[in-house]
Design a protein around this ligand. Structure first.
Ligand SMILES: [Ca+2]
Ligand SMILES: [Ca+2]
Ligand SMILES: [Ca+2]
Length: 330
């Protein structure tokens, strides 16, 4: 008698079985495993011959419904501390549903972390609605209270932004940590904790290795530039000396020193012509290069009545620019 015991296993889901299998083949790296609600059936078959006649007998079929596993990861997408200037800054995170069923997550951001040199002010958590990886004011949705994501499918990723504002009185090179946490809406707990009937198709939802929650930490570092103006004068009298008498030429130099880190914008240096002196036409200069007195294409304007004005514009920190001009003592 010849007896074989082949083993037959079928995988079906509430969806079309073929579609499910083809998805699994196309994406073998799925973190979430078999989709929650999948029915795993197996039936043993015995075939044999009896008096030269082939016969087959099946066992009863065992059906196991795959429960929902709740799992999540959250990572910072910022490659290092985010440079922060006065005003608003954005931190970027990626949330991934590592479970095998649909799940939404409650998000909690915290800017008050022990060891911070300063604590930023939390403005909001936003969802990258248009999927471009960049926070777009007025386009990307701000999560309302309680700050909860949409329901994510298994393996679905979501880019989230934490929007913060620098506090008043911030100074250069102050470091500040920020955390963002995600908690599965169905529940969190020790791995293995079960929420009866709260999974797909009324199955159980079981907390996976993450505990159903994840926290990502990122950092800000302030880059604040500041400007100091230092003014000096050199006198040259008509006699080759340095006394201040009628006819003495006074050369004023104004140094604009930008310190700290980052840049400042729209820097303009102005100065009035002192009482008792007259502007010496054609003497305005920036870093030793002459500027015309007229309001024209260059950075400078000068006149006896209005004084001098030089537009330096955007200036990087750790640079110094010198504006100079002459007046004549009356
Ligand atoms: Ca769920
Ligand atoms: Ca966006
Ligand atoms: Ca000019």
């Amino acid at each position: 008698m010849n007896m074989k015991m082949p083993f037959k296993q079928t995988v079906e889901t509430a969806l079309v079985a073929v579609a499910c299998v083809s998805v699994m083949i196309a994406a073998p790296v799925l973190a979430s495993g078999v989709t929650a609600g999948t029915l795993i059936k197996n039936t043993a078959i015995a075939s044999y011959e009896e008096g030269g006649v082939e016969r087959q007998v099946n066992s009863n079929t065992i059906t196991v419904r795959v429960d929902e596993l709740i799992d999540v990861t959250l990572t910072s997408l910022d490659t290092g501390p985010v440079g922060a200037r006065p005003g608003d800054s954005v931190l970027t995170y990626e949330l991934t549903n590592q479970g095998n069923g649909p799940e939404a997550y409650r998000m909690i951001a915290n800017t008050v972390i022990g060891g911070n040199a300063i604590d930023f002010v939390l403005r909001a958590i936003a969802n990258d609605s248009n999927g471009n990886g960049i926070y777009d004011e007025g386009v990307d949705e701000i999560l309302g209270q309680p700050q909860t994501t949409a329901i994510l499918a298994p393996d679905q990723r979501l880019t989230l932004f934490v929007l913060v504002t620098a506090p008043d009185g911030v100074s250069d090179q102050q470091a500040s940590a920020v955390t963002l946490s995600a908690e599965a809406v169905t529940g969190t707990g020790a791995p293995g904790t079960a929420f009866a009937g709260e999974g797909v198709d009324g199955g159980d939802a079981i907390v996976g290795p993450s505990g159903g929650q994840a926290t990502a930490r990122s950092a800000l570092i302030t880059g604040i530039a500041s400007v100091a103006l230092v003014k000096s004068v050199v006198l040259s009298d008509p006699f080759g000396g340095t006394s201040a008498v009628p006819g003495t030429i006074a050369t004023f130099t104004i140094e604009a020193r930008v310190s700290g880190t980052g840049t400042i914008d729209n820097l303009v240096v102005t100065d009035a012509i002192p009482e008792g002196t007259t502007y010496a036409p054609g003497t305005l200069a920036l870093d030793g290069v002459g500027l015309s007195d007229a309001a024209d294409g260059d950075a400078g304007v000068a006149s006896d009545t209005s004084g001098i004005s030089v537009t330096l514009g955007t200036v990087a920190a750790q640079t110094t620019q010198r504006v100079s001009f002459n007046v004549v003592v009356e």
